[in-house]
Design a binder for this molecule. Structure first.
Ligand code: WT7
Length: 660
């Protein structure tokens, strides 16, 4: 285990508080303890039941799981369904078309209330428009949009016609966008002029233009939503306004059924090498597990809950728990465009109060940021509507967990506190798992601050040692998933070998998640962070190697090494060590220039917090950078074991150089 993991472990070992669900909550909960029993008695039977009771199938499946070509799985084999029909039309058909699907609030305060009937119409129009632009089943569509309703409309319109969406987070650069467009060979790009961020119009279309400047791409059309009204460059022949193609399209569109294994989307995520992986998810299994976990983990009562997931659609959380699951479940959700500190640092609490949010799902980094801003800002609002609080993206430290419970979960309005605070569900999962894998059931599990605890019903996870043996209670090791699950990634786009190598080669017949974990004395699971070269900054996944490649692509950089250093707010922060060369190395502004360069190559989210100029890097005799020692420096420690270094004096040289 790494030093960081064992330090975390020591810290967590002293945590022994437990919070049982209140009898009132338990009595009304959607998911009861018998779910675990049913799933344990017959795992595949359980998933088959969930699939049939949760979704509407045009053609029933004949086999629940076909894993004969492992690790490439097929779920609900022979079944046919349409994802958009499941998220939209069927709700209108069963008479709840008037229910609000999305309460949208823009950063400037503009609002839209979109019912299921209206959202269905909008998606039908977009489906007609995209088809009119030549998009067919199986074609790829790149989506580079902010958190506005058109993002959900676009994704569902693609799903409706069987086109595969590839959403690229708006915080990624033109370069990053282009490499994703190229890898997926996208035919259509959907974007907006810009988005509101901290009171200003921030551009998106510019990056699309820059990404398509170099010829040789596959894009035939760019559809542009007008959001801010800012000036944009118009490319005749390529660009079309959303209002000219979607808003005028027919509101009639029949959803055709797709095979259960028809690709739904590609989502790129960082791995341990420089090139992002195009994670491929398919239709049936993905929808089943996202919808079931959304309902059970968050105790969703669709007729009364107002659910709010703060994630951007550019990440898997936004895909599974904004676009798909809440709508498949017929629930009402809030969607917010902007930052949490505009116009004031109480924007989130004010949104909860204004919309009567009952279930909130966010990341520890956001909770820690609000802790820093002070609880008074939250206490000033009435949050008595809140019933369930979710956490995702990174390990949540017990202090943040308790603060979340005290400040968001115990607020009864008017300065009063509640007798029974809202349960907190810490959900562990990944882009590759598609849906929650480890999470409490809020009406069943006695929750523990800092632990995701137990696999969701129908999922088998374990913690194993280096040889793949299951560890005992009280011990740490590597997190694995033992059996295939419905929403598992099916492959890496155009790279099935990498899919096998990355996830299925470390241990025979088990999925290797890349996370360290431990089992406590009750056998509950505590997540301890990544064990590979993947960093987690504010719940966003970044690759050390990818940032190193970006740095060395700058002419002034001879060599670079990147580490994730512990950071109080963001969990980890990017710290880069660089060896400079040439004339530019002497410039005072070089560090700022390098940060900007990383922003341009990958995106602002990847900019190092700190860049340290060093004369040498610690390497083994075989030339491998010993990141552990750099991490020590980045986190202010000294004296780590340097005995494997080829040159024993390197650490000394680095410390001397940094003193200057
Ligand atoms: C990595 C996956 C899952 C959606 C957001 C991130 C870390 C995620 C937790 C949690 C501890 C967590 C893991 C995982 N992670 N949730 N509840 N507790 N760690 O998705 O970008 O694919 O990143 O995020 O390290 O491997 P992702």
């Amino acid at each position: 285990m790494s030093e960081k993991a064992s330090a975390t472990l020591d810290n967590l070992m002293t945590e022994n508080r437990k919070f049982a669900p209140s009898p009132e909550f338990a009595a009304q909960a959607v998911a009861k303890a018998d779910k675990y029993e049913a799933a344990a008695a017959d795992r595949l039977g359980y998933w088959a039941d969930q699939a049939r009771s949760t979704l509407t199938w045009d053609k029933d499946f004949t086999e629940t799981l076909d894993f004969s070509d492992a690790p490439f799985a097929k779920w609900f084999v022979g079944g046919e369904l349409n994802a958009a029909y499941n998220a939209l039309d069927r709700h209108v058909e069963r008479g709840i078309g008037d229910r609000v699907a999305i309460h949208f609030e823009g950063e400037p305060g503009d609002q839209q209330t979109i019912t299921y009937a209206e959202l269905t119409e909008r998606v039908k129009q977009a489906a007609n428009a995209f088809e009119g632009l030549g998009v067919k089943k199986g074609d790829r569509v790149a989506v580079y949009l902010p958190m506005i309703p058109e993002a959900v409309v676009t994704m569902l319109a693609c799903a409706r016609i069987g086109a595969i969406h590839s959403v690229v987070f708006g915080g990624f650069s033109a370069e990053a966008l282009r490499s994703r467009i190229d890898d997926a060979e996208a035919k259509l790009v959907v974007t907006s002029d810009g988005t509101w961020r901290r009171g200003k119009a921030s551009s998106l279309k510019d990056a699309v233009d820059a990404s398509l400047e170099k010829p040789g791409h596959t894009v035939e059309n760019v559809v542009v939503v007008q959001r801010t009204g800012q000036d944009i460059v118009w490319n005749e022949g390529l660009d079309r306004w959303w209002s000219d193609v979607v808003d005028v399209a027919s509101k009639e569109h029949t959803a055709v059924p797709h095979d259960s294994e028809h690709p739904l989307f590609i989502l790129y995520t960082s791995g341990t090498t420089g090139k992002p992986k195009g994670i491929l998810h398919t239709t049936g299994g993905y929808l089943v597990q996202t919808a079931v976990t959304h309902r059970d983990t968050f105790d969703i009562h669709p007729e009364s809950d107002v659910y709010w997931c703060t994630a951007d659609i550019g990440w898997i959380t936004g895909h599974s728990y904004v676009t798909y699951a809440p709508l498949v479940n017929g629930s009402t959700q809030l969607m917010y465009e902007g930052t949490p500190d505009t116009p004031g640092r109480d924007r989130w609490a004010s949104l909860v109060e204004k919309y009567g949010v009952t279930v909130m799902y966010t990341a520890p980094t956001a909770i820690r940021t609000m802790m820093k801003w002070g609880r008074e800002l939250v206490d000033a609002h009435d949050l008595s509507s809140i019933r369930v609080l979710g956490s995702v993206g990174e390990p949540i430290n017990p202090e943040a967990w308790m603060w979340y419970r005290d400040v968001f979960g115990s607020n009864a309005g008017g300065g009063k506190r509640r007798e029974n605070p809202a349960p907190i569900v810490d959900t562990w999962w990944q882009t590759e798992t598609g849906a929650h894998m480890i999470a409490p059931l809020p009406g069943v599990t006695e929750t523990k601050p800092g632990s995701a605890q137990v696999p969701v019903p129908g999922i088998t996870v374990d913690v194993v040692d280096e040889t793949g043996q299951s560890v005992g209670n009280g011990q740490g090791g590597l997190l694995v998933i033992r059996d295939p699950w419905p929403s598992m990634a099916r492959t890496i786009w155009k790279d099935p070998e990498r899919f096998k190598d990355t996830y299925w080669s470390r241990f025979d017949g088990m999925y290797f998640a890349g996370d360290g974990a431990k089992k406590d004395d009750d056998g509950d699971i505590w997540l301890l962070g990544r064990v590979d070269d993947v960093m987690n900054v504010s719940g966003h996944r970044l690759s050390t190697t990818e940032i190193e490649s970006a740095l060395v692509s700058h002419p002034a950089v001879a060599e670079a090494a990147v580490v994730g250093a512990a950071d109080e707010t963001t969990g980890e922060a990017v710290v880069a060590f660089v060896i400079l060369r040439g004339e530019e190395a002497a410039k005072d502004t070089i560090v700022e220039e390098l940060r900007a360069h990383v922003g341009k190559e990958i995106g602002p989210i990847a900019k190092p917090r700190t860049i340290l100029v060093v004369p040498e890097l610690p390497k083994t005799r075989s030339g491998k950078i010993v990141r552990r020692l750099l991490k020590d420096i980045a986190e202010g420690r000294t004296g780590g074991d340097a005995s494997t270094l080829a040159d024993q004096s390197v650490m000394q040289q680095i410390t001397e150089a940094l003193k200057k």
